[in-house]
Design a protein around this ligand. Structure first.
Ligand code: FES
Ligand code: MG
Length: 575
Protein backbone atom coordinates (compact mmCIF):
# COMPACT_ATOMS: atom_id res chain seq x y z
CA UNK A 1 0.00 0.00 0.00
CA UNK A 2 1.19 3.47 -0.73
CA UNK A 3 0.86 6.27 1.75
CA UNK A 4 -0.98 9.50 1.14
CA UNK A 5 1.44 12.38 0.69
CA UNK A 6 0.37 15.33 2.80
CA UNK A 7 1.15 18.69 1.15
CA UNK A 8 3.82 19.56 3.73
CA UNK A 9 5.56 16.26 3.03
CA UNK A 10 6.03 16.88 -0.65
CA UNK A 11 9.59 16.43 -1.85
CA UNK A 12 9.40 19.90 -3.41
CA UNK A 13 8.53 21.39 -0.01
CA UNK A 14 12.18 20.81 0.92
CA UNK A 15 12.98 23.53 -1.62
CA UNK A 16 10.04 25.87 -1.12
CA UNK A 17 8.83 25.62 2.47
CA UNK A 18 11.72 26.36 4.88
CA UNK A 19 12.18 29.86 6.29
CA UNK A 20 15.85 30.14 5.36
CA UNK A 21 17.99 32.01 2.88
CA UNK A 22 18.24 29.18 0.33
CA UNK A 23 14.48 28.74 0.17
CA UNK A 24 14.06 32.48 -0.05
CA UNK A 25 16.20 32.19 -3.19
CA UNK A 26 14.06 29.39 -4.64
CA UNK A 27 10.81 31.27 -3.98
CA UNK A 28 12.08 34.61 -5.22
CA UNK A 29 13.17 32.95 -8.47
CA UNK A 30 9.75 31.32 -8.95
CA UNK A 31 8.32 34.81 -8.52
CA UNK A 32 10.79 36.01 -11.15
CA UNK A 33 9.13 33.44 -13.43
CA UNK A 34 5.77 35.06 -12.67
CA UNK A 35 4.48 32.49 -10.20
CA UNK A 36 2.95 33.18 -6.81
CA UNK A 37 2.35 31.05 -3.70
CA UNK A 38 -1.06 30.29 -5.19
CA UNK A 39 0.78 28.51 -8.03
CA UNK A 40 3.34 26.49 -6.12
CA UNK A 41 2.78 26.36 -2.35
CA UNK A 42 1.80 22.86 -1.21
CA UNK A 43 1.16 21.76 -4.79
CA UNK A 44 2.77 18.66 -6.33
CA UNK A 45 5.40 19.85 -8.80
CA UNK A 46 5.08 17.84 -11.99
CA UNK A 47 8.05 17.90 -14.35
CA UNK A 48 6.96 17.61 -17.97
CA UNK A 49 10.03 16.01 -19.52
CA UNK A 50 9.63 16.99 -23.14
CA UNK A 51 11.79 15.39 -25.83
CA UNK A 52 10.52 17.85 -28.44
CA UNK A 53 13.09 19.14 -30.93
CA UNK A 54 13.04 20.90 -34.28
CA UNK A 55 14.92 17.91 -35.67
CA UNK A 56 12.53 15.23 -34.38
CA UNK A 57 9.42 14.85 -36.58
CA UNK A 58 8.22 11.93 -34.44
CA UNK A 59 7.78 14.42 -31.58
CA UNK A 60 6.76 17.45 -33.65
CA UNK A 61 3.42 17.72 -31.80
CA UNK A 62 5.03 17.70 -28.35
CA UNK A 63 5.06 21.49 -27.98
CA UNK A 64 1.28 21.51 -28.16
CA UNK A 65 0.98 18.33 -26.09
CA UNK A 66 3.11 19.77 -23.30
CA UNK A 67 0.52 22.55 -22.95
CA UNK A 68 -2.21 19.93 -22.76
CA UNK A 69 -0.32 18.03 -20.06
CA UNK A 70 0.07 21.35 -18.24
CA UNK A 71 -3.72 21.84 -18.40
CA UNK A 72 -4.24 18.42 -16.82
CA UNK A 73 -1.72 19.09 -14.05
CA UNK A 74 -3.43 22.39 -13.21
CA UNK A 75 -6.88 20.79 -13.23
CA UNK A 76 -5.71 18.31 -10.60
CA UNK A 77 -4.11 20.97 -8.42
CA UNK A 78 -0.47 20.46 -9.38
CA UNK A 79 2.23 22.86 -10.49
CA UNK A 80 3.60 21.98 -13.94
CA UNK A 81 7.16 22.76 -14.97
CA UNK A 82 8.17 21.80 -18.49
CA UNK A 83 11.81 20.71 -18.87
CA UNK A 84 13.46 19.83 -22.17
CA UNK A 85 15.26 16.50 -22.35
CA UNK A 86 17.54 15.07 -25.03
CA UNK A 87 15.56 14.33 -28.20
CA UNK A 88 16.81 11.14 -29.86
CA UNK A 89 15.63 11.40 -33.46
CA UNK A 90 16.05 8.11 -35.28
CA UNK A 91 15.96 9.60 -38.80
CA UNK A 92 18.91 11.92 -38.28
CA UNK A 93 21.30 10.84 -35.54
CA UNK A 94 24.54 9.07 -36.49
CA UNK A 95 25.93 6.50 -35.98
CA UNK A 96 22.88 5.34 -34.03
CA UNK A 97 20.49 6.76 -31.45
CA UNK A 98 21.32 3.63 -29.45
CA UNK A 99 24.63 5.26 -28.57
CA UNK A 100 22.65 7.97 -26.77
CA UNK A 101 19.82 6.02 -25.09
CA UNK A 102 21.84 5.81 -21.89
CA UNK A 103 22.69 9.52 -22.06
CA UNK A 104 18.97 10.33 -22.10
CA UNK A 105 18.49 7.91 -19.19
CA UNK A 106 21.21 9.73 -17.23
CA UNK A 107 19.74 13.11 -18.07
CA UNK A 108 16.25 12.01 -17.04
CA UNK A 109 17.47 10.66 -13.73
CA UNK A 110 19.56 13.70 -12.87
CA UNK A 111 16.93 16.26 -13.94
CA UNK A 112 14.35 14.61 -11.72
CA UNK A 113 16.77 14.22 -8.83
CA UNK A 114 18.34 17.64 -8.80
CA UNK A 115 15.25 19.82 -9.29
CA UNK A 116 12.28 20.37 -6.96
CA UNK A 117 10.13 17.69 -8.57
CA UNK A 118 7.47 15.49 -7.00
CA UNK A 119 6.40 13.56 -10.08
CA UNK A 120 6.80 13.56 -13.83
CA UNK A 121 5.19 13.09 -17.20
CA UNK A 122 7.71 11.52 -19.57
CA UNK A 123 7.08 12.47 -23.19
CA UNK A 124 8.67 10.03 -25.64
CA UNK A 125 8.03 7.62 -28.47
CA UNK A 126 10.72 7.68 -31.18
CA UNK A 127 12.57 4.39 -30.66
CA UNK A 128 15.19 4.96 -27.95
CA UNK A 129 13.40 7.79 -26.15
CA UNK A 130 10.95 5.38 -24.53
CA UNK A 131 13.49 3.09 -22.83
CA UNK A 132 15.81 6.05 -22.12
CA UNK A 133 13.11 7.97 -20.22
CA UNK A 134 11.82 4.91 -18.36
CA UNK A 135 15.30 3.71 -17.35
CA UNK A 136 16.11 7.12 -15.89
CA UNK A 137 12.76 7.41 -14.12
CA UNK A 138 13.23 3.89 -12.72
CA UNK A 139 16.52 4.83 -11.11
CA UNK A 140 15.21 8.00 -9.46
CA UNK A 141 11.89 6.28 -8.66
CA UNK A 142 9.54 9.26 -8.49
CA UNK A 143 5.86 8.87 -9.44
CA UNK A 144 5.65 9.14 -13.21
CA UNK A 145 3.41 8.71 -16.24
CA UNK A 146 4.77 7.86 -19.67
CA UNK A 147 3.07 9.78 -22.49
CA UNK A 148 3.50 7.92 -25.81
CA UNK A 149 3.98 10.15 -28.89
CA UNK A 150 1.65 7.96 -30.93
CA UNK A 151 2.06 6.78 -34.50
CA UNK A 152 1.90 9.13 -37.50
CA UNK A 153 -0.90 8.78 -40.05
CA UNK A 154 -0.74 6.10 -42.77
CA UNK A 155 1.61 6.90 -45.64
CA UNK A 156 -0.15 7.45 -48.97
CA UNK A 157 0.93 7.13 -52.58
CA UNK A 158 -1.22 6.92 -55.69
CA UNK A 159 -4.21 5.41 -53.93
CA UNK A 160 -2.11 2.92 -51.97
CA UNK A 161 -0.60 2.93 -48.50
CA UNK A 162 3.00 3.29 -47.41
CA UNK A 163 4.52 2.05 -44.15
CA UNK A 164 7.57 3.60 -42.45
CA UNK A 165 10.82 1.72 -43.09
CA UNK A 166 9.31 -1.42 -44.59
CA UNK A 167 8.03 0.26 -47.76
CA UNK A 168 11.11 2.48 -48.14
CA UNK A 169 13.20 -0.66 -48.61
CA UNK A 170 10.66 -2.32 -50.86
CA UNK A 171 10.45 0.63 -53.25
CA UNK A 172 14.20 1.31 -53.05
CA UNK A 173 14.75 -2.20 -54.40
CA UNK A 174 12.23 -1.42 -57.17
CA UNK A 175 14.05 1.79 -58.00
CA UNK A 176 17.42 0.01 -58.19
CA UNK A 177 15.77 -2.53 -60.44
CA UNK A 178 14.46 0.32 -62.64
CA UNK A 179 10.82 -0.56 -61.97
CA UNK A 180 9.89 2.90 -60.69
CA UNK A 181 11.08 6.25 -61.99
CA UNK A 182 12.93 9.08 -60.22
CA UNK A 183 9.73 11.09 -60.35
CA UNK A 184 7.72 8.32 -58.66
CA UNK A 185 10.45 7.93 -56.07
CA UNK A 186 10.14 11.63 -55.20
CA UNK A 187 6.38 11.25 -54.82
CA UNK A 188 6.96 8.41 -52.36
CA UNK A 189 9.39 10.65 -50.48
CA UNK A 190 6.58 13.19 -50.04
CA UNK A 191 3.90 10.64 -49.13
CA UNK A 192 5.50 8.21 -46.72
CA UNK A 193 5.50 10.47 -43.64
CA UNK A 194 2.35 12.61 -43.64
CA UNK A 195 2.06 13.90 -40.10
CA UNK A 196 3.82 14.26 -36.80
CA UNK A 197 4.18 11.03 -34.86
CA UNK A 198 6.49 8.04 -34.74
CA UNK A 199 6.78 5.24 -37.32
CA UNK A 200 3.37 3.67 -37.96
CA UNK A 201 4.62 0.15 -38.66
CA UNK A 202 5.34 -2.26 -35.79
CA UNK A 203 8.88 -0.95 -35.45
CA UNK A 204 10.71 -0.27 -32.22
CA UNK A 205 8.60 2.82 -31.43
CA UNK A 206 5.20 1.11 -31.41
CA UNK A 207 6.73 -1.98 -29.82
CA UNK A 208 8.23 -0.07 -26.90
CA UNK A 209 5.35 2.31 -26.21
CA UNK A 210 3.03 -0.72 -26.17
CA UNK A 211 5.44 -2.51 -23.82
CA UNK A 212 5.45 0.46 -21.43
CA UNK A 213 1.64 0.66 -21.50
CA UNK A 214 1.49 -3.05 -20.67
CA UNK A 215 3.95 -2.50 -17.82
CA UNK A 216 1.39 -0.12 -16.38
CA UNK A 217 3.37 3.12 -16.72
CA UNK A 218 1.14 4.71 -19.42
CA UNK A 219 -2.63 5.18 -19.47
CA UNK A 220 -4.56 2.22 -20.84
CA UNK A 221 -5.01 2.58 -24.60
CA UNK A 222 -2.62 5.54 -24.88
CA UNK A 223 0.10 3.89 -26.99
CA UNK A 224 -2.21 3.16 -29.94
CA UNK A 225 -3.72 6.64 -30.39
CA UNK A 226 -2.46 8.33 -33.58
CA UNK A 227 -0.29 11.36 -32.75
CA UNK A 228 -2.55 13.90 -34.46
CA UNK A 229 -5.90 12.51 -33.28
CA UNK A 230 -7.73 14.84 -30.89
CA UNK A 231 -7.97 11.86 -28.54
CA UNK A 232 -4.20 12.23 -28.20
CA UNK A 233 -4.63 15.74 -26.79
CA UNK A 234 -7.22 14.51 -24.31
CA UNK A 235 -4.92 11.64 -23.31
CA UNK A 236 -2.12 14.19 -22.72
CA UNK A 237 -4.30 16.18 -20.31
CA UNK A 238 -5.37 12.96 -18.57
CA UNK A 239 -1.70 12.00 -18.20
CA UNK A 240 -1.09 15.32 -16.43
CA UNK A 241 -3.97 14.72 -14.03
CA UNK A 242 -2.77 11.18 -13.36
CA UNK A 243 0.74 12.38 -12.49
CA UNK A 244 -0.70 14.59 -9.73
CA UNK A 245 -2.82 11.73 -8.41
CA UNK A 246 0.23 9.44 -8.36
CA UNK A 247 2.10 11.95 -6.21
CA UNK A 248 -0.86 12.23 -3.86
CA UNK A 249 -0.89 8.43 -3.50
CA UNK A 250 2.94 8.33 -3.39
CA UNK A 251 2.79 5.62 -6.01
CA UNK A 252 6.25 5.15 -7.44
CA UNK A 253 7.28 2.90 -10.32
CA UNK A 254 8.95 0.50 -7.87
CA UNK A 255 5.60 0.09 -6.08
CA UNK A 256 3.95 -1.02 -9.31
CA UNK A 257 6.42 -3.07 -11.27
CA UNK A 258 7.23 -6.72 -10.60
CA UNK A 259 8.76 -9.60 -12.53
CA UNK A 260 5.20 -10.43 -13.64
CA UNK A 261 4.76 -6.91 -15.10
CA UNK A 262 7.84 -7.45 -17.24
CA UNK A 263 6.66 -10.89 -18.36
CA UNK A 264 3.38 -9.21 -19.38
CA UNK A 265 5.35 -6.69 -21.43
CA UNK A 266 7.22 -9.52 -23.17
CA UNK A 267 3.90 -11.25 -23.95
CA UNK A 268 2.60 -8.00 -25.47
CA UNK A 269 5.73 -7.56 -27.60
CA UNK A 270 5.44 -11.13 -28.89
CA UNK A 271 1.70 -10.94 -29.63
CA UNK A 272 2.38 -7.72 -31.55
CA UNK A 273 5.15 -9.38 -33.60
CA UNK A 274 7.31 -6.58 -32.21
CA UNK A 275 10.88 -5.47 -32.79
CA UNK A 276 13.94 -7.49 -31.72
CA UNK A 277 15.20 -4.28 -30.12
CA UNK A 278 12.64 -4.82 -27.36
CA UNK A 279 14.82 -7.65 -26.02
CA UNK A 280 17.68 -5.27 -25.27
CA UNK A 281 15.50 -2.44 -23.96
CA UNK A 282 13.28 -4.54 -21.69
CA UNK A 283 16.30 -6.32 -20.18
CA UNK A 284 17.92 -2.93 -19.48
CA UNK A 285 14.70 -1.51 -18.02
CA UNK A 286 14.10 -4.54 -15.78
CA UNK A 287 17.70 -4.33 -14.55
CA UNK A 288 17.10 -0.76 -13.40
CA UNK A 289 14.23 -2.02 -11.23
CA UNK A 290 16.41 -4.85 -9.90
CA UNK A 291 14.05 -7.31 -11.59
CA UNK A 292 15.63 -10.31 -13.28
CA UNK A 293 14.65 -10.66 -16.95
CA UNK A 294 16.81 -12.79 -19.23
CA UNK A 295 16.99 -13.76 -22.87
CA UNK A 296 15.66 -17.17 -21.82
CA UNK A 297 12.41 -15.57 -20.61
CA UNK A 298 11.87 -14.26 -24.16
CA UNK A 299 12.58 -17.65 -25.69
CA UNK A 300 10.28 -19.46 -23.26
CA UNK A 301 7.37 -17.04 -23.76
CA UNK A 302 7.92 -16.94 -27.52
CA UNK A 303 7.02 -20.65 -27.66
CA UNK A 304 3.64 -19.91 -26.03
CA UNK A 305 2.49 -16.56 -27.40
CA UNK A 306 0.88 -16.34 -30.86
CA UNK A 307 1.39 -13.30 -33.10
CA UNK A 308 -2.06 -11.70 -33.40
CA UNK A 309 -1.33 -8.20 -34.73
CA UNK A 310 -1.37 -8.24 -38.53
CA UNK A 311 0.84 -5.16 -38.88
CA UNK A 312 3.81 -4.51 -41.16
CA UNK A 313 6.55 -5.65 -41.42
CA UNK A 314 5.28 -9.08 -40.28
CA UNK A 315 1.72 -8.44 -41.49
CA UNK A 316 -0.34 -6.16 -43.71
CA UNK A 317 -1.80 -3.23 -41.77
CA UNK A 318 -0.57 -0.07 -40.06
CA UNK A 319 -0.93 1.42 -36.58
CA UNK A 320 -3.90 3.59 -37.51
CA UNK A 321 -5.77 0.40 -38.44
CA UNK A 322 -4.63 -1.16 -35.16
CA UNK A 323 -6.04 1.78 -33.17
CA UNK A 324 -9.37 1.50 -35.00
CA UNK A 325 -9.45 -2.25 -34.43
CA UNK A 326 -9.32 -1.83 -30.65
CA UNK A 327 -5.66 -0.99 -30.06
CA UNK A 328 -3.46 -2.53 -27.43
CA UNK A 329 -6.26 -3.19 -24.89
CA UNK A 330 -8.10 -5.12 -27.62
CA UNK A 331 -5.01 -7.18 -28.38
CA UNK A 332 -4.26 -7.84 -24.69
CA UNK A 333 -7.84 -8.98 -24.13
CA UNK A 334 -7.12 -11.78 -26.63
CA UNK A 335 -4.09 -13.08 -24.71
CA UNK A 336 -5.36 -12.33 -21.23
CA UNK A 337 -4.83 -15.88 -19.93
CA UNK A 338 -1.13 -15.53 -20.80
CA UNK A 339 -0.92 -12.34 -18.72
CA UNK A 340 -0.83 -11.76 -14.99
CA UNK A 341 -3.69 -9.27 -14.98
CA UNK A 342 -3.36 -8.65 -11.25
CA UNK A 343 -0.33 -6.42 -11.96
CA UNK A 344 -0.88 -2.86 -10.81
CA UNK A 345 -0.82 0.19 -13.04
CA UNK A 346 -0.67 3.99 -12.73
CA UNK A 347 -4.48 4.05 -12.89
CA UNK A 348 -4.56 2.90 -9.28
CA UNK A 349 -6.09 -0.38 -10.41
CA UNK A 350 -4.81 -3.44 -12.22
CA UNK A 351 -4.09 -4.49 -15.78
CA UNK A 352 -7.41 -6.36 -15.60
CA UNK A 353 -9.20 -3.02 -15.06
CA UNK A 354 -7.29 -1.56 -18.02
CA UNK A 355 -8.52 -4.23 -20.42
CA UNK A 356 -11.97 -4.75 -18.92
CA UNK A 357 -14.48 -3.90 -21.62
CA UNK A 358 -11.81 -3.86 -24.34
CA UNK A 359 -13.05 -5.22 -27.65
CA UNK A 360 -11.66 -6.07 -31.03
CA UNK A 361 -13.57 -4.44 -33.89
CA UNK A 362 -11.64 -5.90 -36.80
CA UNK A 363 -10.46 -9.51 -36.75
CA UNK A 364 -8.30 -8.97 -39.83
CA UNK A 365 -6.08 -6.48 -37.99
CA UNK A 366 -6.12 -8.07 -34.54
CA UNK A 367 -6.46 -11.75 -35.28
CA UNK A 368 -8.54 -14.23 -33.40
CA UNK A 369 -6.74 -16.91 -31.37
CA UNK A 370 -8.00 -19.51 -33.87
CA UNK A 371 -6.46 -17.62 -36.76
CA UNK A 372 -3.11 -16.16 -35.64
CA UNK A 373 -0.55 -14.63 -37.96
CA UNK A 374 1.76 -17.28 -36.55
CA UNK A 375 1.15 -19.77 -33.76
CA UNK A 376 4.41 -18.89 -31.99
CA UNK A 377 6.05 -15.60 -31.18
CA UNK A 378 8.66 -14.48 -33.66
CA UNK A 379 11.76 -14.46 -31.46
CA UNK A 380 14.21 -17.22 -30.68
CA UNK A 381 17.29 -17.05 -28.48
CA UNK A 382 20.21 -19.17 -29.63
CA UNK A 383 23.42 -20.20 -27.89
CA UNK A 384 26.47 -22.16 -28.93
CA UNK A 385 30.22 -21.75 -29.22
CA UNK A 386 29.67 -18.75 -31.49
CA UNK A 387 27.33 -17.00 -29.03
CA UNK A 388 28.10 -18.21 -25.50
CA UNK A 389 25.93 -15.50 -23.93
CA UNK A 390 23.21 -15.74 -26.53
CA UNK A 391 21.93 -14.11 -29.67
CA UNK A 392 18.50 -13.42 -31.15
CA UNK A 393 16.72 -14.25 -34.40
CA UNK A 394 13.28 -13.12 -35.59
CA UNK A 395 12.67 -16.46 -37.27
CA UNK A 396 9.10 -15.59 -38.25
CA UNK A 397 10.64 -13.11 -40.71
CA UNK A 398 13.18 -15.64 -42.11
CA UNK A 399 13.17 -18.16 -44.96
CA UNK A 400 12.06 -21.42 -43.24
CA UNK A 401 14.53 -23.37 -45.42
CA UNK A 402 17.44 -21.55 -43.80
CA UNK A 403 16.50 -22.12 -40.18
CA UNK A 404 18.64 -25.29 -40.24
CA UNK A 405 21.66 -24.48 -42.33
CA UNK A 406 25.40 -25.10 -42.43
CA UNK A 407 27.58 -23.05 -44.76
CA UNK A 408 31.02 -21.49 -45.15
CA UNK A 409 31.60 -18.11 -43.55
CA UNK A 410 32.25 -14.96 -45.56
CA UNK A 411 33.65 -12.54 -43.01
CA UNK A 412 33.53 -8.75 -43.07
CA UNK A 413 35.82 -7.00 -40.59
CA UNK A 414 33.46 -4.06 -40.08
CA UNK A 415 30.73 -2.06 -41.79
CA UNK A 416 33.14 -0.20 -44.10
CA UNK A 417 34.65 -3.51 -45.23
CA UNK A 418 31.13 -4.80 -45.90
CA UNK A 419 30.16 -1.72 -47.89
CA UNK A 420 33.38 -1.91 -49.93
CA UNK A 421 33.26 -5.62 -50.83
CA UNK A 422 29.74 -7.04 -50.65
CA UNK A 423 28.86 -6.22 -54.26
CA UNK A 424 32.34 -6.98 -55.64
CA UNK A 425 32.30 -9.55 -58.47
CA UNK A 426 35.42 -11.10 -56.89
CA UNK A 427 33.73 -11.93 -53.59
CA UNK A 428 33.85 -15.69 -53.05
CA UNK A 429 30.23 -16.20 -52.06
CA UNK A 430 27.24 -18.31 -53.03
CA UNK A 431 23.71 -18.80 -51.73
CA UNK A 432 24.91 -21.31 -49.10
CA UNK A 433 27.48 -18.92 -47.63
CA UNK A 434 26.98 -17.45 -44.19
CA UNK A 435 27.66 -13.71 -44.12
CA UNK A 436 29.40 -12.60 -40.93
CA UNK A 437 29.77 -8.97 -39.86
CA UNK A 438 31.87 -8.11 -36.86
CA UNK A 439 32.69 -4.92 -34.95
CA UNK A 440 29.08 -3.78 -35.09
CA UNK A 441 28.22 -4.38 -31.42
CA UNK A 442 27.84 -2.00 -28.47
CA UNK A 443 31.58 -1.17 -28.39
CA UNK A 444 32.46 -2.06 -31.96
CA UNK A 445 29.82 0.02 -33.78
CA UNK A 446 29.95 1.93 -31.53
CA UNK A 447 26.40 1.90 -30.18
CA UNK A 448 25.29 -1.31 -31.91
CA UNK A 449 23.83 0.24 -35.07
CA UNK A 450 21.03 -1.39 -37.07
CA UNK A 451 23.35 -3.06 -39.58
CA UNK A 452 22.17 -6.62 -38.87
CA UNK A 453 20.18 -7.06 -42.09
CA UNK A 454 23.37 -7.40 -44.17
CA UNK A 455 22.73 -6.77 -47.86
CA UNK A 456 22.60 -9.79 -50.16
CA UNK A 457 25.56 -9.58 -52.60
CA UNK A 458 24.37 -8.08 -55.88
CA UNK A 459 25.58 -11.05 -57.92
CA UNK A 460 23.34 -13.36 -55.90
CA UNK A 461 20.41 -10.93 -56.02
CA UNK A 462 20.64 -11.12 -59.81
CA UNK A 463 20.48 -14.91 -59.53
CA UNK A 464 17.23 -14.55 -57.59
CA UNK A 465 18.62 -15.11 -54.08
CA UNK A 466 16.49 -13.15 -51.60
CA UNK A 467 17.61 -14.49 -48.22
CA UNK A 468 20.83 -15.84 -46.71
CA UNK A 469 22.05 -16.63 -43.21
CA UNK A 470 23.60 -13.48 -41.80
CA UNK A 471 25.27 -13.20 -38.40
CA UNK A 472 26.43 -10.13 -36.51
CA UNK A 473 26.75 -8.44 -33.16
CA UNK A 474 24.60 -5.58 -34.54
CA UNK A 475 20.88 -4.86 -34.10
CA UNK A 476 18.29 -4.68 -36.86
CA UNK A 477 15.46 -2.22 -37.39
CA UNK A 478 12.07 -3.39 -36.19
CA UNK A 479 10.87 -3.02 -39.76
CA UNK A 480 13.49 -5.44 -41.24
CA UNK A 481 13.33 -9.10 -42.26
CA UNK A 482 15.50 -12.08 -43.32
CA UNK A 483 17.53 -14.89 -41.67
CA UNK A 484 19.52 -12.45 -39.57
CA UNK A 485 21.15 -13.64 -36.37
CA UNK A 486 21.57 -10.55 -34.19
CA UNK A 487 22.96 -9.31 -30.86
CA UNK A 488 25.71 -11.99 -30.69
CA UNK A 489 27.17 -11.79 -27.19
CA UNK A 490 29.87 -11.25 -26.28
CA UNK A 491 30.51 -9.02 -29.28
CA UNK A 492 33.63 -9.38 -31.41
CA UNK A 493 35.20 -6.11 -30.22
CA UNK A 494 35.03 -7.49 -26.66
CA UNK A 495 36.78 -10.71 -27.71
CA UNK A 496 33.66 -12.78 -28.38
CA UNK A 497 34.09 -15.82 -30.65
CA UNK A 498 32.68 -13.86 -33.61
CA UNK A 499 36.18 -12.29 -33.70
CA UNK A 500 37.72 -15.70 -34.40
CA UNK A 501 35.71 -16.70 -37.49
CA UNK A 502 37.68 -16.90 -40.75
CA UNK A 503 36.56 -17.10 -44.35
CA UNK A 504 35.52 -20.63 -45.23
CA UNK A 505 34.94 -21.84 -41.64
CA UNK A 506 31.73 -23.89 -41.51
CA UNK A 507 29.03 -22.25 -39.42
CA UNK A 508 25.93 -24.17 -38.32
CA UNK A 509 22.61 -22.47 -37.55
CA UNK A 510 19.93 -24.67 -35.99
CA UNK A 511 16.99 -22.57 -34.85
CA UNK A 512 14.76 -25.53 -33.79
CA UNK A 513 17.62 -26.67 -31.49
CA UNK A 514 18.34 -23.02 -30.55
CA UNK A 515 22.02 -23.41 -31.52
CA UNK A 516 24.66 -21.35 -33.33
CA UNK A 517 28.05 -23.04 -33.72
CA UNK A 518 31.37 -22.53 -35.42
CA UNK A 519 32.52 -25.98 -36.56
CA UNK A 520 36.21 -25.44 -35.87
CA UNK A 521 38.01 -27.48 -33.21
CA UNK A 522 38.69 -25.93 -29.87
CA UNK A 523 42.52 -26.13 -30.15
CA UNK A 524 42.47 -24.09 -33.33
CA UNK A 525 40.09 -21.57 -31.77
CA UNK A 526 42.40 -21.31 -28.76
CA UNK A 527 45.32 -20.53 -31.09
CA UNK A 528 43.29 -17.82 -32.80
CA UNK A 529 42.19 -16.42 -29.44
CA UNK A 530 45.81 -16.22 -28.37
CA UNK A 531 46.68 -14.22 -31.50
CA UNK A 532 43.70 -11.88 -31.20
CA UNK A 533 43.99 -8.33 -29.93
CA UNK A 534 41.10 -5.92 -29.48
CA UNK A 535 40.53 -3.29 -32.17
CA UNK A 536 41.38 0.22 -30.96
CA UNK A 537 38.34 2.18 -29.76
CA UNK A 538 36.89 4.44 -32.46
CA UNK A 539 36.37 7.32 -30.03
CA UNK A 540 38.99 8.55 -27.60
CA UNK A 541 37.30 11.25 -25.57
CA UNK A 542 33.94 12.57 -24.44
CA UNK A 543 30.72 10.63 -24.15
CA UNK A 544 31.85 8.10 -26.78
CA UNK A 545 34.85 7.13 -24.65
CA UNK A 546 32.68 6.84 -21.53
CA UNK A 547 30.27 4.64 -23.46
CA UNK A 548 33.06 2.44 -24.82
CA UNK A 549 34.57 1.88 -21.40
CA UNK A 550 31.31 1.12 -19.59
CA UNK A 551 28.69 -0.31 -21.95
CA UNK A 552 27.45 -3.79 -21.06
CA UNK A 553 26.84 -6.52 -23.62
CA UNK A 554 23.56 -7.11 -25.45
CA UNK A 555 22.39 -9.89 -23.12
CA UNK A 556 22.60 -7.39 -20.23
CA UNK A 557 20.78 -4.62 -22.09
CA UNK A 558 23.71 -2.40 -23.19
CA UNK A 559 23.33 -0.15 -20.17
CA UNK A 560 26.38 1.56 -18.69
CA UNK A 561 27.72 -0.65 -15.90
CA UNK A 562 27.72 2.16 -13.31
CA UNK A 563 24.06 2.98 -14.09
CA UNK A 564 22.93 -0.64 -13.90
CA UNK A 565 24.46 -0.99 -10.43
CA UNK A 566 21.94 -1.62 -7.65
CA UNK A 567 21.53 0.92 -4.86
CA UNK A 568 19.93 4.33 -4.82
CA UNK A 569 21.79 7.60 -5.24
CA UNK A 570 21.12 9.84 -2.26
CA UNK A 571 18.76 12.79 -2.55
CA UNK A 572 20.63 16.08 -3.00
CA UNK A 573 21.43 17.98 0.17
CA UNK A 574 19.10 20.87 0.82
CA UNK A 575 21.80 23.52 0.53
FE1 FES B 1 11.06 8.03 -34.95
FE2 FES B 1 10.77 5.68 -36.48
S1 FES B 1 11.90 7.48 -36.86
S2 FES B 1 9.98 6.22 -34.56
MG1 MG C 1 13.46 2.03 -35.98
Amino acid sequence: MSLETAPGNLRSARWFAPDDLRSFGHRSRLKQLGYDEADFADRPVIAILNTWSDVNPCHGHFRARADEVRRGVLQAGGFPLEMPALSLAEPFQKPSTMLYRNLLAMETEELLRSYPVDGAVLMGGCDKTTPGLVMGAASVDLPCVFLPAGPMLRGRWRGGELGSGTDSWRYWADRRAGVISDCEWREIEGGIARSNGHCMTMGTASTMTSAVETLGLALSGSASIPAVDSAHSRMAAASGRTAVELVERDQRPSHLLTAASFRNAVVAVLALGGSTNAVIHLVAMANRFGIPLSLDDFDELSRQVPVLADIRPAGRFLMEDFANAGGLPGLLSRVSELLDVSCRTISGGTLADGIAGARVYDDDVIRDRDNPLSAEGGLAVLRGNLAPRGCVIKHSAADPELLRHTGPAVVFADYNDLAARVDSPDLDVDADSVLVLRNAGPRGGPGMPEWGMLPIPKRLLEQGVRDMVRISDARMSGTSYGTCVLHVAPESAAGGPLALVRDGDPVRLDVPARRLDLLVDEEELERRRHDWSPPPPRVHRGYGALFHEHVTQADEGCDLDFLARPGAVAEPEIH
